[in-house]
Design a protein around this ligand. Structure first.
Ligand SMILES: [Zn+2]
Length: 257
């Protein structure tokens, strides 16, 4: 399929706009609020936001990261999520072209983007995201069929099984709550979707990103502060990288031997 720069821009802008909606979901879903009502409003002063306030990335830049009405600081997280979604959507189009697989991968990546930031904020992964991912994985086995049933089951067993083992080991050694079953469920779901090879890439990517981020975060935090770091966001990010570039990474890695 010929690559088309117009579609690339379309996917990028579409990603920005959807990323803006994902910000709403990230904020509201763990708080059990409706994602449709009320309309977007400033979380400080409650003022309803107009269309000029809701332009992805640009509104934040134009307003210099402050609410137009009350001057409260607006986190750089919002434009970051929008930009990330835009880049992921454009990258996925670049990698897969206009295919059915692309549609599935975009939904999978979208679930993971929301899971990443909800887990950072609340240290939970709402079950509805896991269920949506499981439905997507099974749908993909029937419709996309680039992962066989056998690969999907092995991927799910590796992802869920490894995290469960780490969790149980943590309980045994440290005599307290391990990583939490949220991570086990997340990787069971992601493993089913990704299949064997991409699941292994996802886990390795999560460990690498987690290790690098861990060093940076722990260095910046004072001893008295909370040193706990959830692993879920790294698992979600690792899975997202793997769905986009897992095959490329695996091929490159194997070519080294
Ligand atoms: Zn405000």
């Amino acid at each position: 399929m010929p690559f088309n720069i117009f579609y690339l821009m379309l996917f990028f802008v579409g990603g920005l706009v959807l990323g803006s909606f994902y910000n709403v979901c990230i904020f509201r879903i763990p708080r059990e609020e409706s994602i449709a009502f009320p309309a977007s409003h400033c979380t400080s002063c409650g003022h309803t936001l107009g269309s000029a306030d809701l332009f992805p990335v640009f509104s934040w830049l134009f307003l210099k990261g402050k609410c137009r009405y009350c001057n409260a600081k607006i986190s750089a997280r919002y434009p970051f999520v929008e930009l990330l979604t835009g880049i992921v959507f454009a990258g996925a189009y670049f990698a897969f072209g206009l295919t059915l697989a692309l549609a599935f991968h975009l939904i999978f990546a979208s679930i993971l983007i929301m899971v990443t930031f909800i887990d950072i904020d609340h240290r939970i992964i709402p079950d509805r995201f896991i269920i949506a991912g499981l439905v997507l994985a099974i749908g993909s086995l029937f419709l996309v069929r680039d992962v066989s049933w056998k690969e999907a089951l092995i991927g799910g067993a590796i992802g869920g099984g490894l995290l469960l083992a780490v969790d149980l080991l943590g309980r045994l050694i440290f005599k307290k709550e391990g990583m939490g079953l949220g991570d086990v469920k997340l990787m069971l779901m992601a493993g089913l979707y990704l299949g064997t090879v991409k699941t292994i890439v996802a886990l390795l990517a999560a460990v690498w990103i987690g290790a690098i981020a861990g060093v940076i975060i722990l260095k910046r935090r004072k001893d008295s502060e909370d040193r706990y770091m959830p692993f879920g966001p790294f698992l979600a990010l690792g899975s997202m990288i793997s769905v986009l570039a897992g095959k490329m990474i695996a091929d490159y890695y194997l070519s080294l031997f």
